[in-house]
Design a protein around this ligand. Structure first.
Ligand code: SF4
Ligand code: SF4
Length: 309
């Protein structure tokens, strides 16, 4: 594979390595835990640290574009510390975590430069889940990491439930009074019969009427086995991977192509919501969809309710 093939195309705005779908929390809204056909239960074989390192070091990233390590809980991958310390220093990385890890071990084993880049949001993004992880624990760990020079912020979902909302507001106050960057993320998907989120395409997340369309992605989503998927719906359903990151002839330019999809209607809110891109410009969607049409064939969409955080 030559350098041209390894260069991430300009069209790609996000690269996510889902190191594991496993997690040590059990959020009731988690698609990993509760999907009947979801990724956690699909028997996806996890790639070892050496292979992640090999594949990652072949990438040539543009500017400040990072590779985001996420999951599940990415720190649960047995080779997490090996990956973050051995991947080439020129590769920028972000981390999405529930922060249940041992913070002293993290400080000992993760160089500060690994998650250090210029961005309008912190490269280490901790997710607070009311009733699951403890905000006082997150606050103490975050302060410890900030003191050591890591860039860390805490995020929570702007949940429509009044009690959860109150809990999150308290957490926000606790973080802000000690100078921790705390941000709210939009709630997406269904709650008590109402669909939340702003979606670009009509009926794309209705999960009842399925159509055929042509779709192209602006994100490189890699599952724990190393397969690349064009969207979160395909990723979590383990549906039609488009390549593998260890493929000798991996042609990243091919990711830009429109591909036929027969699962329009089962799109994941993350892929079709109108949002800000990595430059914080509003109006972006992760996928572009065109030629929406009647399905020629009848396929079991294998659809489930759920959302990804
Ligand atoms: S939502 Fe995140 S933290 Fe909660 S169970 Fe799922 S992966 Fe774990
Ligand atoms: S149309 Fe929806 S389900 Fe199909 S590839 Fe695009 S985002 Fe995924």
């Amino acid at each position: 594979m030559d350098n041209m093939n390894k260069l991430i195309p300009v069209s790609q705005n996000y690269i996510a390595f889902f190191l594991t779908f496993g997690c040590n929390l059990h959020c009731p809204y988690c698609i990993n835990e509760h999907s009947e056909s979801g990724a956690k239960k699909s028997g996806v074989k996890m790639m070892i640290a050496e292979d992640w390192i090999l594949a990652t070091n072949r990438f040539v990233l543009r500017g400040e574009l990072p590779i985001t390590l996420q999951g599940g809980e990415p720190t649960l991958h047995k080779g997490f510390y090996q990956i973050v310390s051995e991947v080439d220093k020129t590769i920028k990385m972000d981390l999405l975590t529930n922060m249940l890890f041992d913070v002293d071990e993290f400080i000992k084993r993760v160089p500060v430069w690994r998650f250090d880049r210029t961005a309008p949001y912190s490269p280490i993004r901790v997710s607070y889940h009311p009733g699951q992880n403890d905000i006082d624990d997150l606050k103490a760990k975050t302060l410890k990491l900030l003191e050591k020079g890591y860039k860390v912020g805490v995020f929570a979902i702007d949940h429509p439930d009044e009690e959860i909302k109150k809990n999150i507001l308290k957490a926000e106050l606790k973080c802000k009074e000690v100078g921790i960057d705390f941000r709210l993320k939009e709630f997406l998907g269904d709650w008590e019969g109402q669909l939340y989120g702003t979606y670009k395409y009509d009926g794309c997340v209705n999960r009842s009427i399925f159509k055929t369309c042509d779709c192209r992605t602006s994100e490189i989503l890699v599952n724990p086995a190393g397969y690349i998927f064009r969207c979160h719906s395909d990723l979590y359903k383990n549906r039609t991977p488009i390549a593998h990151i260890l493929d000798e002839d991996l042609q990243l330019g091919h990711l830009e192509q429109f591909r036929q999809c027969d699962y329009y209607g089962d799109c994941n809110p993350c892929d079709v919501k109108v949002k800000t891109n990595r430059f914080q410009i509003f109006g972006h969607t992760s996928v572009q969809i065109k030629n929406i049409r009647q399905r020629a064939i009848n396929i079991n969409a294998n659809c489930v309710k759920g959302r990804n955080l």
